[in-house]
Design a protein around this ligand. Structure first.
Ligand SMILES: Cc1cc2nc3c(=O)[nH]c(=O)nc-3n(C[C@H](O)[C@H](O)[C@H](O)COP(=O)(O)OP(=O)(O)OC[C@H]3O[C@@H](n4cnc5c(N)ncnc54)[C@H](O)[C@@H]3O)c2cc1C
Length: 221
């Protein structure tokens, strides 16, 4: 049901076993991670061959969406509704322990399983493409030339309903063995934040076109 606040129910596929205390099934955690990312990986199998395709995505309600050329092998396959595994991973820091064994990474990640559905209706597709542009730069869609019917036709948009979903989060410092705590080895966390750089004008930019204020609204990480 769209808009539900109920947590996801762990299944045999989404029950976290390794470091199970890092597993989260509440929508708030899952949605916050999905809304912080821009790049996902879509896993699927064609003729017994596994593929994992990195691509951009966005979330609306209880669905994630991704898009691309209608000629894309990945999209031509997943729009038929085979099982897919969708993941998003954000790295927050390098966790440097007193031993290699306990060296780790701080992260937030989500894994979702299911079957993607194609957005068929051109008006729906256009609305989804607008949502994608607005996710990247809030307020940009109205500034752009409107898409042509051919551009919309040449684009496939698919969505995955978030039903079988889990988040896994590691935070905090190293977890060393007691007997290592007196070692003269530096330990701690090196943050690895995702930063938005200063915008660079297209060298071919028309004279007098200024950078829009909405570039400051770009959020990732
Ligand atoms: C940036 C990053 C770096 C990482 N580096 C390492 C590393 O170097 N070594 C290492 O061992 N692990 C690392 N992990 C954790 C890794 O993703 C796995 O959680 C871990 O390897 C255990 O895998 P498993 O198959 O045994 O998990 P299991 O607990 O057996 O997995 C069961 C189910 O739990 C869910 N699940 C497991 N892991 C995740 C996850 N990360 N996000 C969402 N759902 C998950 C899936 O639904 C999976 O089917 C890293 C994660 C991230 C995001």
């Amino acid at each position: 049901m769209s808009g539900t606040t109920e947590p996801f129910v762990p299944t045999a596929r989404t029950k976290v076993k390794r470091a199970h205390e890092r597993g989260h099934y509440d929508r708030e955690t899952v949605y916050a991670i999905l809304d912080a990312g821009l790049m996902c990986h879509v896993g699927y199998v064609i003729d017994g061959q596994p593929y994992v395709t990195p691509t951009a995505y966005w979330r609306e309600g209880d669905r994630v969406y991704w898009h691309g050329s209608s000629a894309s092998k990945m999209l031509r396959h997943v729009k038929q509704g085979p099982p897919v595994c969708f993941t998003v991973a954000l790295m927050d820091g390098l966790v440097l322990a007193r031993s290699g064994f306990h060296t780790s990474v701080n992260y937030r990640s989500v894994m979702a399983m299911g079957q993607a559905e194609m957005i068929e209706d051109p008006a729906d597709k256009l609305a989804k493409l607008e949502a994608m542009l607005e996710r990247i730069v809030p307020g940009r869609w109205p500034e752009l030339r409107a898409p042509t019917a051919q551009e919309v036709k040449a684009t496939t948009v698919v969505s995955l309903k978030l039903e079988e979903v889990v988040a896994k989060v590691r935070s905090g410092g190293p977890i060393d063995d007691d007997e290592d705590m007196d070692l003269d080895v530096w330990a701690g966390v090196v943050p690895t934040p995702t930063t938005i750089g200063a915008a660079l004008d297209d060298p071919a930019l028309k004279a007098g076109v200024a950078q829009p204020a909405n570039l400051a609204k770009i959020r990732i990480g």
